[in-house]
Design a protein around this ligand. Sequence first.
Ligand code: HEC
Length: 140
Amino acid sequence: MKLKITLLLTIALLSVVNAEPTGETLVKNKCSACHVMTRPQDMSKLVAPPMMGVMRHVKMTYPNKAQAVAFIKDYVLNPSREKAICMPQKIERFGLMPSQKGNVTPKELEDIASWLYDNFPPEGFKGMGRGMYRMMHQNN
Ligand code: HEC
């Protein structure tokens, strides 16, 4: 009897733990500390390219969802200069993205990448415009 209760409690607990956060929540928790999710007001405070710019570049290189998701999943765990599809100036300005190994699981990344592909960049977004361009060139 005791064992049965313990078992039931364990199952109940596990299902709470397994109540999966959505892709959106995961992006907010795991990515937005560095990649701002809105159009930034002050470019000088950024520590990484804004998410809308990142996703615009990802989709320019990988328009197909499966490929875009595969790229994001790989890059977040194993970033490298060779794989990067963003403007090289971004890496000069911010440094290479630190690997998120240990912060995010491959399963979470699947949801994150899929949600990002479906929601970013927001409709009508055509790049950061002069603000980003100036920021990229101010140190040269
Ligand atoms: C500690 C800060 C930090 C966190 C957290 C972070 N990133 Fe980044 N990320 C960066 C920086 C800096 C760059 C720009 C340099 C580069 O491309 O490597 C970048 C670049 C990228 C790129 C563009 C890669 C390219 O082609 O250059 C993608 C895609 C990306 N991040 C996805 C994510 C996702 C998804 C998450 C959340 C799971 C995340 N990042 C979390 C800092 C971060």
